[in-house]
Design a protein around this ligand. Sequence first.
Ligand code: HEM
Length: 559
Amino acid sequence: MMSSPLRTRNSHVIETNPVPQLPSSTLMTTKQYTEEEVAKVLLVLVRLKGFLTVPIKQHNKEGDLWVTIDAKVYNLSKFADLHPGGANVLFADGVAGKDATQAFFGLHRLEVLHRPQYARLQIGTILGEESVIKAPAPGEVSRVPYAEPTWLASGFQSPYYTAGHRKFQKAVRTFFMEVVQPAAIQCEENGKRIPQEVVDKMAEVNVIAMRLGPGKHLKGRTLMNGTVTPEEFDYFHELILNTELARFGTRGFVDGLLNGAVIGVPPILNYGSPELQARVVPEILNGKKFLALAISEAFAGSDVSGLQTTAVRDGDFWVVTGTKKWITNGTYADYFTTGCKTETGFTVILIERSDNLSTKAIKTSYSATAGTAYVTFDKVRVPVGNTLGAVGNGMNVILTNFNHERWMVICTALSAQRLVVEECMKWASQRMVFGKPLTSQAVIRSKLAGMISRVEAGQNWLEHITHQMNNMTYAEMGSKLAGPIGLLKSFVTRSGEETAADATQIFGGRALTVSGMGKVIENYRRTSAFDAILAGAEDVMADLGVRQAMKKMPSNARM
Ligand code: HEM
């Protein structure tokens, strides 16, 4: 009476006898049933006799269409006409009523199956077969080779990271995947600023404060629910934060994630008066107010000496007039850390938004979620107490601040680059051409070799510099690391452009569409140039590195 299920990998034919054979039927619902419920289900199924006797392969026609993908059974009968790829493809030989796993993953990202409107098309699983294709759970590291920095790969050691860093990394990844990633994807698409509830949650675990790096501003704060103490927090913790937040393939959002504060608050911490710090810093670190760094102008970018915004003294006030361009987070910032021309050189002044300060969004080729603005100061009156550092010492304030900003850009740029490597590794393995995976082509493997080598070289250099930062004073960093950081930034962004070009070749037309298989590559190809410009143009960075080295050439050095 009991016949055993017969199934082949390709057809999923399963013959069953009607009633007592439920366990060996073609599918088993994912819901867990009690014995009592099972009995009820059996009764219902008895009435639907045909259901148990029809093998999956016969559900292959209009109005009755099933496919299996990775041991899960999907009923596409009603969906076929709504399918974005058209109904015809679903009725093709090798798809309708069959195992469509390979066809599906050649055309869709796994996340498609997780979208609620599609997840509900799943009506069961194939008995005795395990679903093997899974997205990493929140906090989990990827097992795709080179998808993670080596210190996170199983079996590898690192001289830099402690057990504490590992614990922190896991907590940060979980937090970012659960709390930030959904907002990142939405904001990247709709161009809106980061939602306040996400900012509040980040403030709760002190992400905003930690992104400014180690220092006294962390004192008394509970970091990532106590995973690390303020005293233990070092630049490797900050590197981890920067790495994790750039893993979503949403470059505009990386800047939208309050980068203005990351680059604009350090001058207040390092040069602001205690009163100013006490008034302004807590509300920013608690996510209640926003800040932007306002240095670049239409008149001057990397050549800060050409700035034209002026600040003129009038009693206890500065009167600031001028414009600033490309100001990240500027559209919604409450404060602007602003580089101004004063009588005796340059001075950095913290300026609060007021009626005389207006901002206008600038359309860029990355998402408006970054809040890129054109800022106009129309005789804005600012208390002299808002001066950051000595009057005339602004160039020093700006230049020392650049080190941390550029190092942060390197961290996020490398993380985004590594994500591209992961995408290419996956795609080259799952994409079939002429009956073989893309990886069977030597030219593809050669491109992968190039992109892996570049990201690994950048990572190792970054970790080496980060180690120096942990062991130097702020002033030492300024004098010793400006050159190496400039060179590394230039190396990483140049690598990024090569990697974007290689990835585009590997993904072909898919790299040109903002959704679907190549969406990460499209975003990266379109936005990697931002890293090569923001915080110092690539060529200027390379030149800075060499100029700094030349300054240190011993006068008696000869060949
Ligand atoms: C559960 C089953 C399926 C769902 C929910 C689904 C959903 C989708 C969605 C949402 C898209 C739009 C592009 C994207 O977001 O990736 C799409 C495109 C497409 N789908 Fe499906 N699909 C399914 C199964 C299949 C199968 C079995 C095939 C077999 C050939 C197929 C062929 C296509 C094609 C050719 C496109 C257009 C791809 C492109 O423009 O690059 N789909 N599908």
